[in-house]
Ligand binder design. Structure first.
Ligand code: M7G
Length: 328
């Protein structure tokens, strides 16, 4: 069942209603690239090549396969059971008894189809890098000095990183325009705040938004100096206000952070609900925006000069570059 952490001042029910309303409001917006709510089932042609990873605890499976002649990755994830849908779930379901013993009994509950969704993400055409990203792999912690960044990491990411076309589509309103929660259009300090595609927006317990900056030449934490303080403070302040207004979630219930290394080298900030243990929120990858702001205040060149630590997966090309350079 969806947990109730952090809903101190507002009931879960009310929160769910607000999320649903926000979603409905959003869905009345204009279309974007690939928007086709009732699209036909393109996955009926999907041919599985391999299961990249799965988790019975997370109730997810990451599958590599082919859609026609194109490589594809499909991610399936069972969604949380919502409190506001409980009554409909219990009355509308078929219940099949599995066993009964004294005061105990177990059943298989077959919910009505509308309450039995599986959140599905399709990446197609998927690159080899996508396939690797979703494959379960051992990781190693890398120590990157400011010099290592210039001589190893930067040349690698200039050649090898994921396309940020999807980010440009968002900034130009060519995709996901109807999902935007808040925008500050200023070219210097402005940003777009919208739901991360990992969040289905059905409950606030797993809230996940991203703030994408309008400036296009800031790759990551490493590019930040005190010149970007106004931008970072603007995202922090207005992002928190927008979340409070839209989802009634106070700033004290949010984890606001950047990834280093990110997957996509266009500066963006993650806003997740505190207590929601999302992959990538651990100390080896997440940098709290509040800390980033403080560090830049005390040293304008902090992220140019500091040694930064991050995990790299065994088959990551960047890891090979660190090994070749004798840094691992
Ligand atoms: P990251 O730190 O660069 O990499 O974050 P990560 O994916 O390894 O965490 C990028 C964030 O953008 C992730 O949280 C993704 O789930 C999210 N994201 C990625 N894509 C391709 C999209 C997209 O097309 N739309 C939206 N809304 N979010 C996306």
């Amino acid at each position: 069942m969806a947990d109730k952490r952090g809903t101190d001042n507002v009931g879960t029910d009310e929160l769910s209603q607000r999320v649903k309303k926000a979603k409905a409001d959003n869905e009345n917006g204009d279309g974007g690239v690939g928007k086709d709510p009732e699209s036909e089932n393109i996955l009926s042609e999907f041919k599985t090549t391999s299961v990249l990873s799965d988790s019975s605890r997370e109730k997810t499976i990451f599958v590599h396969g082919k859609l026609g002649d194109q490589e594809a990755v499909v991610i399936l994830e069972k969604t949380p059971i919502r409190e506001d849908a409980l009554a409909e779930l219990l009355t509308g379901a078929k219940l099949k008894l599995e066993m009964r013993n004294d005061i105990y009994s177990t059943y298989r509950l077959l919910p009505p189809p509308q309450l039995n969704e599986i959140k599905t993400t399709v990446v197609c055409p998927a690159t080899e890098k996508h396939v690797k990203k979703y494959q379960r792999q051992e990781s190693s912690l890398v120590e990157e000095t400011g010099e290592d960044y210039k001589s190893i990491t930067l040349p690698y990411i200039q050649k090898q990183s994921f396309s940020v076309q999807w980010v440009h589509n968002i900034l130009e309103k060519k995709a996901e325009a109807e999902r935007i929660v808040y925008e500050d259009p200023d070219p210097e300090v402005g940003f777009v705040l919208l739901p991360d595609f990992k969040w289905d927006q059905k409950q606030v317990d797993d809230l996940y938004l991203i703030a994408i900056v309008h400036q296009r030449d800031i790759r990551s934490l490493r590019d930040l100096t005190s010149e970007h303080l106004a931008l970072l403070q603007n995202i922090f302040q207005k992002g928190k206000e927008a979340v409070l207004q839209r989802y009634s979630l106070a700033a004290s219930k949010l984890r606001v952070y950047l990834h280093y290394q990110p997957s996509y080298y266009h500066l963006h900030v993650h806003f997740t609900k505190l207590g929601y243990e999302v992959p990538g929120c651990g100390v080896e990858r997440a940098h709290l925006l509040a800390d980033v702001i403080q560090n830049l205040r005390s040293d304008p060149q902090y992220y140019k000069t500091r040694t930064l630590y991050f995990p790299l997966r065994a088959d990551d090309g960047l890891l090979s570059k660190f090994k070749e350079a004798g840094r691992l």
